[in-house]
Design a protein around this ligand. Structure first.
Ligand code: FES
Length: 121
């Protein structure tokens, strides 16, 4: 589902902007003049990636310096670790982000059962 974020003119090369859409923190920037959106929460220990450093289309987490690509979300040097990447578009001068439906909250019992079945939790 598409969510209106911010005016595209508020994005500039070399800076990042955190927005909250549908209850999720999203990190927006421009890469080669195209709006890009990734999840703002670092998968390591949960730091806000938008408070890190942006260079060459990658963000460096401010906490422990993991680097993630704004293009494919992958951690540099570790293809198994990534942040979500969301499609963007510009409509009427605003950046819109396509977010999948939010996952419903699960009880601890449901999480443990899923883990016991070998599902990714
Ligand atoms: S919290 Fe991001 S690298 Fe540790």
């Amino acid at each position: 589902m598409w969510h209106r974020a911010i005016p595209v003119d508020d994005l500039t090369d070399g800076t990042m902007t955190r927005v909250t859409l549908d209850g999720r923190d999203i990190n927006l920037t421009l890469v080669d003049h195209e709006p890009r959106a990734i999840g703002d929460t670092c998968p390591h220990r949960g730091a806000s990636l938008s408070e890190g450093q942006l260079r060459d289309g990658c963000v460096t987490c401010p906490a422990h310096l993991w680097r993630f690509s704004f293009v494919d979300g992958r951690k540099q040097g570790d293809a198994r670790t990534s942040v979500p990447v969301y499609p963007t578009r510009v409509v009427d001068g605003y950046v819109e982000v396509d977010l999948p439906p939010a996952q419903p909250a699960r009880s601890m019992r449901e999480i443990l059962l899923a883990h016991a079945r070998g599902e990714k939790v």
